[in-house]
Structures are given as structure tokens and as C-alpha cells.
Design a protein around this ligand. Structure first.
Ligand code: UD1
Length: 415
């Protein structure tokens, strides 16, 4: 098991360039299945989830060629509609996008044991509703649309990133017009729309609806949007340690809800010339309620809670995944004092202490890392592979900011 060893208590200072967004890159990779022509994706992050997605495509017959460190050309002409390798599919949540992409290209897809972080139940009923509304039917664990998909009105009863992505993939390849009501509008969904348009799809956003005209799709090109969650995590690391971190490579606008809450609590936010800087301290407790974009992102909830503990505390209500609080018990080992009531956690100002803790999901793991960076002394975070799934070059980037951090790989002994 990989682990991070952190000697915390040092203020982090400096600038970090964030990579492409994990949650944007993965839909783009799976969208390449929709066409027989080669596609090019730029600004891909060097993270495990990207590697696994490319391994899935390669195992199904695609050709993968890196043109430089962050640009990949994917050719899916020889890709076959076979069962995607279950052990790889079970490793990441975004493998659900295989359903939409394969139905769109081949009229056949598989319902598998889709993986990802298990911080909460993660149903796929909305994905299946979209597939069936567009004309697919299910027999056992196989979805069929032998005559191709046909446009329809999709009335989602809640906002889901994953279901919106799958609906966009299917609608772009379907005959006729699809309306996706109550569609997600996260920057990574917009990134997919740009890519699908480059492949020939006609997509219009009207308020919270998307109108999609399916078209024969050709090769496309797109650059992955900067990772707002990675950016937010580094900014929080500065705040957690009493330092000042500046990030480049992601948009301040994508972090508006997050940054305005922190500045409302007393932190100093500066956005200028493509740089975002966060410094100072929180002088009052903060109230957070996560919800779909443009509200406070659920993917920054655990990391922010860890930082609230090191400052004036706050109240955190999880409006997307009500059970996303599994990381709190590990933080308790590090001195966190909290009370939980349903989907709300009351975080009290706490003196964080170093400890050995285990990450059990990506963002919860990042929260433990921030706590370890702020607690004076040596902490060990087991289960670091969860964190590496979504943060590229994390040891190098934190080291640049002055952190004392090292990664111990499997079979390697810590010193
Ligand atoms: C994606 C992100 C994840 C992020 C989440 C919310 C990826 C790979 N993962 O996850 O990092 O935390 O968006 O921003 O991009 N729901 C249903 N039925 C469904 C689908 C979803 O009830 O068929 C519910 C979920 O349980 C949840 C809510 O809808 O309560 C939103 O989930 P969703 O936006 O779909 O999250 P993911 O796409 O899985």
C-alpha cells in the first residue's frame, strides 16, 4: 500500500500550476469512442484515472499515441464492442461513460460494476433512464440499440454530472433532436460540449436545458479545462498552514462560490492575470452547503472542512452526496472535534495533531493531507493511491511550496 509521510507545521508559500481537470479529461477520453476518426486531447493530467481510461480503450482495440507529455491522439477505428475489462472498469467511476459512448457508436453497451470512490451510494438509474428514453433496451447486463438511438426529451429529476455526460454522448450520435432538461453545467460538462461540437454535434444551452442535434461524428480536438478542484486544494493548503499559495492554470470564475465563502470568512483572495492567491486567516465560522455548479463544489467539501477545523470552525451541509463524511473519523484521530447530524457536520475549532490515518477516497484523502500539513510533527497517510488518482505530481508540487512530504511506494520501506 502506498503512503505519504508528511512533516507538517510549515507555512506553505509559492505558486503551483494545476493540470487538466480529472473530471473533464475522462469524459473526453471516452467520447473518442463515438467516431472512427482520430481525436486529439491536450492538457491531459498525469494521473492514474487517465492511465486507466486509456488502458480500457487500448484493451478494446484503440490506438493511443502521446504527442507530448500532456497531448494524446486516440484512434478508435479498430475498437470492438467487446466487454470492457471488468477489473479496469471497476477502478473508476467515469467508466460509466462507456455505456453512452458504446451505445452511440455500436448500439451495444454493458452494465458493469462501475467503480470510483465509494463515499456514498452512487446509483446509475438516471444513466439507464436516458439510454432507454433514447431507444435502448436492456437484456441482462447488456444494453442494445440495434437500430441506433433516437432523439427524445430527457427530463432529469435532479442534476447529475454523470447522467448529463452520458446523455450528451448518446444524443450527439442519435438521430434527431434530444432535449436534456435539468442538465449539469459544471466546467467539465461545458468542456465536453466544446469537444462534441468539434466532432460535428450541434449543441445549444438554453437555461438549464441542452438541445442536441445528433450528427455523423468525425474526429475532434480539445484542450482539457484546468482543474478547479486541484487548484482549490492547493489554495486551501496555504490557508491551512498559515501561508499563501498562488495557483495558475485554472479559472477563478470556476471557483467563485468557494472563494467568496472564504473571503466572506476573512481570508484574502486575489485574482489577477490568470493567477489566484489565497492568504490570511478565517476570522469567523463558515457555513457551507454543497450543490451542483455554480454552487460550492462537493469535491472541495472534505478539504475545506479540514481547514475550517484549523481556523474558526463552521457548519458543512452536503447537498450532493449526503453521506460524504467518511473522512471525519480519520480527522478525529488527528484531533478534530465535530458533531454530525444527517447530512450536516458541525466542525469545531480544533488543535490538529499528527497521526497515522488511512485515506479511503480521493477528496477525503486530500482532506487528511491538508490536516497533516497543518499539524506540527510527522503524520502518515496510508491509502495514498486514492489521492494519486486525482492529483498529478503531488509530492513535487507540495515540495515546491516548501512542504516536507514523501511518497513511499508499495514494498518500499519508509526511513
Ligand atoms: C461526478 C464526479 C464527482 C463529483 C460529482 C458531483 C466524475 C468522474 N465524478 O460524479 O467527482 O463529486 O460529479 O459534482 O466526474 N444520482 C442518482 N442517480 C444517477 C446518478 C446520480 O441518483 O443515476 C445522484 C447521486 O447519487 C448524487 C447526485 O445524483 O446524489 C449527483 O451525482 P452525479 O453528479 O451524477 O455524480 P457523478 O457523476 O457520479
Amino acid at each position: 500500500m502506498e503512503r505519504l509521510i508528511v512533516s507538517g507545521g510549515k507555512p506553505l508559500e509559492g505558486t503551483v500550476r494545476v493540470g487538466g481537470s480529472k473530471n473533464a479529461a475522462l469524459p473526453l477520453i471516452f467520447a473518442t469512442i463515438l467516431t472512427e476518426n482520430a481525436c486529439t486531447i491536450e492538457n491531459l493530467p498525469a494521473i492514474r484515472d487517465v492511465e486507466i481510461s486509456l488502458e480500457i480503450l487500448a484493451a478494446m482495440g484503440a490506438s493511443i499515441r502521446y504527442l507530448d507529455r500532456t497531448t494524446v491522439e486516440i484512434g478508435t477505428r479498430a475498437l470492438k464492442p467487446i466487454l470492457p475489462p471488468p477489473h479496469l472498469v471497476a477502478a473508476l467511476r467515469a467508466s460509466t461513460y462507456l455505456m453512452g459512448a458504446m451505445l452511440g457508436r455500436f448500439g451495444r453497451a454493458y452494465v458493469q460494476d462501475f467503480g470510483g470512490c465509494n463515499f456514498s451510494p452512487r446509483p446509475i438509474d438516471m444513466h439507464l433512464y436516458a439510454a432507454e428514453a433514447l431507444g435502448a433496451w436492456r437484456q441482462g447486463d447488456t444494453l442494445f440499440a440495434s437500430q441506433g438511438l433516437t432523439g427524445a426529451i430527457l427530463a432529469f429529476d435532479k442534476v447529475s454530472v454523470g447522467a448529463t455526460v452520458n446523455a450528451l454522448l448518446m444524443a450527439s450520435a442519435a438521430k434527431g433532436t434530444t432535449v436534456i432538461e435539468n442538465a449539469a453545467c459544471e466546467p467539465h460538462v461545458e468542456n465536453l460540449i466544446v469537444f462534441l461540437r468539434s466532432m460535428g454535434a450541434q449543441i445549444l444551452r438554453i437555461g438549464s436545458s441542452l438541445v442536441v442535434e445528433g450528427r455523423p461524428l468525425h474526429g475532434g480536438r480539445c484542450s482539457v479545462v484546468g482543474d478547479m478542484i486541484e487548484g482549490g486544494t492547493y489554495l486551501l493548503a496555504g490557508l491551512a498552514t498559515g501561508g499563501c499559495v498562488t495557483v495558475t492554470g485554472c479559472e477563478g470564475e470556476h471557483l467563485s462560490a468557494f472563494l467568496s465563502l472564504l473571503s466572506g470568512g476573512g481570508a484574502r483572495v486575489l485574482i489577477r492575470d490568470g493567477r489566484i492567491a489565497l492568504s490570511g486567516a478565517l476570522s469567523s465560522p463558515i457555513l457551507i452547503k454543497t450543490a451542483p455548479y455554480p454552487a460550492f463544489p462537493t469535491d472541495l467539501q472534505p478539504q475545506t472542512a479540514a481547514v475550517l477545523a484549523a481556523h474558526m470552525g463552521g457548519i458543512v451541509t452536503e447537498g450532493v452526496f449526503p453521506h460524504r463524511f467518511g473522512y471525519l473519523s480519520a480527522l478525529e484521530t488527528m484531533g478534530l472535534s465535530f458533531v454530525k447530524n444527517g447530512s450536516t457536520a458541525y466542525i469545531f475549532p480544533s488543535r490538529l495533531i499528527p497521526a497515522t490515518v488511512t485515506a479511503t477516497d480521493l477528496r477525503g484523502g486530500a482532506a487528511l493531507l491538508l490536516a497533516a500539513l497543518s499539524a506540527k510533527g510527522e503524520s502518515v497517510i496510508e491509502g495514498a493511491s486514492y489521492i494519486l488518482r486525482g492529483y498529478e505530481d503531488i509530492v513535487e508540487k507540495f515540495s515546491t511550496l516548501g512542504a516536507d512530504i514523501k511518497l513511499i511506494k508499495e514494498n518500499e520501506k519508509g526511513s
